[in-house]
Design a protein around this ligand. Structure first.
Ligand code: HPA
Length: 243
């Protein structure tokens, strides 16, 4: 069974045939919401809305550890994370789907490891390649199968939010090598690695990052978002139909 973590605009997965919901508690506190179990293209899936139902949790308020722990406890084989991002690189235009292959973490103050405290001595998780290549390949094949062209690879910068970045901050991220920017990719990916869960990220570009794309809006564009949700659900259906 795969887990799907839905981001902004994907608090519910309309194509999921829901079988049941389960409220889960973890040693790390409560997840963002109940887990939703169901079938997608005939495959078992467990879904969680990262920001909670009704998008009530800001990126820094999300209990990433509880979310990952709760999903891990269901015996999942991997995690497909969905998130909206701002586009920094010229080809990362609003409406595009990107499957990044690397991360730079600028977030701070978030509970970001399971390995702390007297019970859990430190472990330095390997993170050279933050995303699982097999899951990335499957995601890219599913994007293509759904009739769209996804971007294969790119560096995801995770900022703290909830505010958007300044133009100078985006310039710095670009100089660091970042291609897209979001607020929730970390510590989620690292926590998945600590639990040895294969993890890949399907990113929908919802806007140009600050100062990019000419004078056009920096703000999240609901029109692109709405189109994007269809692209994301079509990809997920193809992914699950592909096995
Ligand atoms: N910056 C950070 N996170 C985001 C953005 C952005 O421009 N768009 C969507 N998530």
């Amino acid at each position: 069974m795969l887990a799907i973590i839905g981001g902004s605009g994907l608090a519910q997965l309309s194509v999921l045939e829901v079988t049941h919901r389960q409220v889960v508690r973890t040693p790390y506190g409560d997840p963002s919401c109940a887990l939703t179990f169901g079938h997608l293209a005939g495959q078992n899936v467990v879904f969680i809305a990262r920001h909670g139902y009704g998008h009530s949790l800001a990126p820094h308020e999300i209990n990433y550890r509880a979310n990952l722990w709760a999903l891990h406890n269901q015996g999942i084989k991997g995690v497909i994370a969905i998130g909206t991002v701002g586009g920094i690189r010229p080809d990362m235009a609003p409406g595009r789907l990107v499957v990044p292959d690397d991360i730079i973490d600028y977030s701070w103050g978030r509970k970001h490891t399971f390995f702390e405290g007297p019970e859990r001595p430190v472990v330095h998780a390997e993170f050279t390649a933050p995303y699982d290549d097999g899951l990335r390949r499957r995601l890219l094949a599913a994007v293509a199968e759904s009739g769209r062209s996804g971007v294969d690879g790119g560096v995801y910068a995770c900022t703290q939010g909830p505010r958007l970045e300044s133009a100078a901050e985006i310039l710095r991220l670009e100089q660091d090598g970042a291609d897209i920017v979001g607020m929730t990719g970390m510590p989620e990916a690292a926590l998945a690695r600590e639990l040895e869960l294969p993890y890949a990220h399907l990113c929908l570009v919802s806007n140009w990052a600050a100062g990019k794309g000419g004078a056009s809006s920096v703000q999240f564009d609901p029109a692109t978002g709405a189109l994007g949700v269809e692209a994301v659900t079509a990809t997920l259906l193809c992914l699950m139909a592909g096995k």
